[in-house]
Write a protein that binds this ligand. Sequence first.
Ligand code: ATP
Ligand code: MG
Length: 362
Amino acid sequence: MPSRNDAETLRAIAGSFSLEGRVTGVEPLGDGFINDTFIITTDGPRRYILQRKNGNVFQDIPAMMDNIAAVTRHIRKKVRDPLRETLTLVPANDGGYFHRSPDGGFWTVCLFIEDTVTFDVAGTPELAFQGGAGIGRFQALLSDFTLPLSDTIKGFHDMRWRFRQWDASLRADKAGRAGGLPEEIAFIEGRRQEMLDFWKLIEDGTIPKRVAHNDTKLSNILFDRASGRALCAIDLDTVMRGTVLSDVGDAIRSYANNTAEDDPDYSRVWLRLDMYEAYMRGYLREAGGFLDEAEKRWMAFAPLYITFEQVLRFLMDHIDGDSYYKTKYPEHNLVRTRSQMALLRSMEDSYPQMQEIVAGLL
Ligand code: ATP
Ligand code: MG
């Protein structure tokens, strides 16, 4: 644990929030990829989650906290058990939703939701179903949300912008690698128009912008320990306006891949239709009621779009000399690229079945 997070400092930070009771402990929780997360215990009735938000990843944390406050306020008014079915932010003593430590850190607190469990990997169709239901419900609760939200991550899923970056990156060819990648570059170029055409539907409003969660992995859903049901979507740092289709696409890319996204044995990579069907069944049970015709029409395409974007980003990072994604070995980004290319090919082969599954569920 870095010294900036020593016990005394953590207690002082916890003490700068409006908690019930006196702080009795602050302990690290898990090893999240993005933020540093702790549990605060008190001699009062509740436990709390304390997070140091990642200032490298998030450029405007006050705007991000305003987004989270607005969507959780909206959900709270609509659910039976507001303290368990959405995050409850706890204000700092100055009334704001974050506290700044002397080292510049941004700290936030929310209630710890008791009697819940999380899962790291969606190994079974049953978990995929629950994951889909969790995100579908989150989106459905926000389908009548009309307040403005800040774009906390610029150009998110914007293919026009991605291709601008891509063209620049090929021109610069910083690491001198572009010449050796004819097949991969052709894979991207062969799909350029199709992907830009889809993005255009979002730009011109054919597909509506609603509230998207934007980090739909399974560990961002709390499950009720007693019933085993998806209870609450957490980790709302990336909540923004956008198409809800990108949440589905991102979830399918990870849930329904037969193997890890960087599996170097490409023969193990394929889209599991049983996982796809299960996720979509859970998702559409909750979201089927608010989706419009354009969203339904393009639902099955979303995983292809998001997987394509990931191929492009991995390949671009390889060409740029591995400056964005952490790599474990020199060709890691190229392996990721090829592995995700195999996944996209499998999705393209299965696209008619994916469309049939969606049609059958709607
Ligand atoms: P990651 O990058 O892995 O998604 P993160 O840094 O974004 O992590 P969170 O996802 O917000 O952090 O939280 C990490 C874990 O802490 C969650 O997966 C969950 O197990 C637990 N957790 C977070 N908030 C709560 C809460 N309010 N109540 C109960 N558990 C929580
Ligand atoms: Mg998380």
